[in-house]
Design a protein around this ligand. Structure first.
Ligand SMILES: [Zn+2]
Length: 174
C-alpha cells in the first residue's frame, strides 16, 4: 500500500464529514444514502463459502450482498469492505464475466445480468482494489475506535440485525 493510496483513502473518509461519535452501522449507512442521494441496499444471502460479499451497481442503487453463512463479526467487516469499494469508486465488471453460473442462478431475486459488480473472493480479481478496500475498513475502524464507538462493531449480532431492520424499514425485501 503506497502512501498515495493511503492518503486518498483518508481523504475519502475525511470528505464524508461523518461524526464518528454517532457511529452505528445502520446510522452510517443511512448517512451515506443521504449524502450520496443513492440507495444502498443490504441483503444477506446464502453464498458459496469462498464469496464473502458482493457489491452490485445498478443505475439507481448499490446493492451490498453479504454471506449469511459467515460469522456476524465477519459480515460487518464485509459490508464495510464493499462500502469501501463504493466510496473509493472502484471499477465494476459485467456480472456474467466474473460470476460462475451456479451463483448467478442463486441471485434470481434480482435481475442481475445487466448489473456490474465487485466481488470479494478468496482470490481477488484486482488485488490493488482489494487492498484498498481492506485499508478503508482499517481506517474506518480506527476512526470508530477513537470516537469510542468500538462497541458498535464488537456487538456484531446487534449490528447485523440492526441493518436487517433498516433494509426492511426501507421496504427492500430483495
Ligand atoms: Zn473486495
Amino acid at each position: 500500500m503506497s502512501d498515495h493510496q493511503q492518503r486518498r483513502i483518508l481523504e475519502v473518509i475525511q470528505g464524508l464529514n461523518y461524526e464518528f461519535s454517532e457511529f452505528t452501522l445502520p446510522h452510517f449507512i443511512a448517512y451515506l444514502v443521504k449524502l450520496r442521494q443513492r440507495p444502498i441496499i443490504l441483503q444477506a444471502i446464502p453464498l458459496e463459502e469462498e464469496i464473502h460479499g458482493i457489491w452490485l451497481q445498478v443505475p439507481h442503487a448499490d446493492y451490498v450482498l453479504y454471506n449469511w453463512n459467515d460469522h456476524p463479526l465477519h459480515q460487518v467487516h464485509n459490508v464495510l469492505h464493499e462500502i469501501g469499494h463504493i466510496l473509493l469508486d472502484h471499477p465494476c465488471y459485467p456480472i456474467p464475466e466474473i460470476l460462475p453460473p451456479e451463483l448467478l442462478a442463486k441471485l434470481n431475486g434480482i435481475s442481475i445480468v445487466q448489473m456490474r459488480g465487485q466481488f470479494r473472493l478468496v482470490e481477488p480479481v484486482r488485488p490493488d482494489d482489494e487492498r484498498e478496500a481492506e485499508m478503508f475498513v482499517r481506517e474506518l475502524q480506527r476512526k470508530i475506535m477513537f470516537a469510542d464507538r468500538l462497541d458498535e462493531l464488537a456487538r456484531p449480532t446487534s449490528s447485523i440485525s440492526a441493518i436487517e431492520r433498516y433494509t426492511r424499514n426501507l421496504g427492500y425485501h430483495g
